[in-house]
Design a protein around this ligand. Sequence first.
Ligand SMILES: *Cc1c(COP(=O)(O)O)cnc(C)c1O
Length: 394
Amino acid sequence: MPANDAPTPGSPDLTRELSPETLAVVAGRPPRAAGSELNTPVSLSATYVGGGSMGEGGLGYGRFGNPTWSALESALGALEGGSARTFASGMAAVAAALHLVPAEATVLVPHGAYNGTHAVLALLAEQGRVRVGHVDVTDVADVRERLAAVDGPVLLWLESPTNPLLEVADLAALAAAGHARGALVVVDNTFATPLLQRPLDLGADVVVHAVTKFLSGHSDVVLGALVTRSEELLAAVTRHRTLHGAIPGPMEAFLALRGLRTLPLRLERAQRSAAELALRLREHPAVARVRHPSLPEDPGHELARAQMRGFGALVSIEVAGGAAAADAVVDAVRLWVPATSLGGVESLIERRRRHAGEPRVVPEELLRLSVGVEDLEDLWADLSRALDAAARRA
Ligand SMILES: *Cc1c(COP(=O)(O)O)cnc(C)c1O
């Protein structure tokens, strides 16, 4: 077969046969042709030539579409098993998803959802745009009851593992419960990434991502995405993006796709280190509780084993001695970076309740660790030394 007729990596025929690890590398590239660019370049154009006798042709205007966004979108779509639209931030994607339900719909959201999602829902509720109810996503029966108790349209918002309690939700059972009630089911898949779980395969209607986190992976981009298999929903979110204008920057889209290429490698290393750190942290006298689905005693362990291809790179610990002791650990680390966010190559540590908006269900002394790709022994030496100092202080 001549090279030009070979199936293009990333084209639907080939993407069906390839593993996600390979898709992360090959999806979203320009068509294969002699002399063509291997990577989709950064396309910086606010408008496109057209009109008059030329007709409209391509994209029209920079807010409507951009080839660099499209490259990232086709890669994310291939990984999640749907069609993707990228946004200026994860929150812009969250907002687009929340706009899919009519005014006065009820949004059921996990107690421990991302705090930005709680904040935007509180604002929309205050404006009378939606009603909000909170659910325990580890309890399918509870969610079913709450679904039955609300009137009118419903959006069921799911996260798994949850932030920062790392509870595991049975996405297939919850999506089925939601659909039985006619709810739109949205999963924020930021923590797991499509490499560890594909919510659309489990029945979700929409997946949202903070591409800012693992997908980009280098803490240098703020970007969001939404993925769906429904043409109707895709058209609605595309219209939302075009009209509300929360479009990604072409440079950000390029960087995100560049980062996505190494997601499988980064995640493999980071989650292996996370599981090993969880085991070691469990034995440390300054640690009262370790939360990571890899631990056999973790309440989400069995479900995560069945639902996920790995346990993820976030670990939460509760420091014996309370918030002050937890702050002392954050003050004492030198390699781990005290910072919010997650999913980058560098390991971050944060006491979540320092944020005023953090849900009350999160213990004051909880530290969320985003494990990066540094050497495991270096990470452990730094963290265990900081914990030793906290233990001596207590
Ligand atoms: C960070 C994050 C968001 C928001 O993404 P931004 O890019 O910061 O707007 C949404 N959901 C989860 C789970 C996140 O971690």
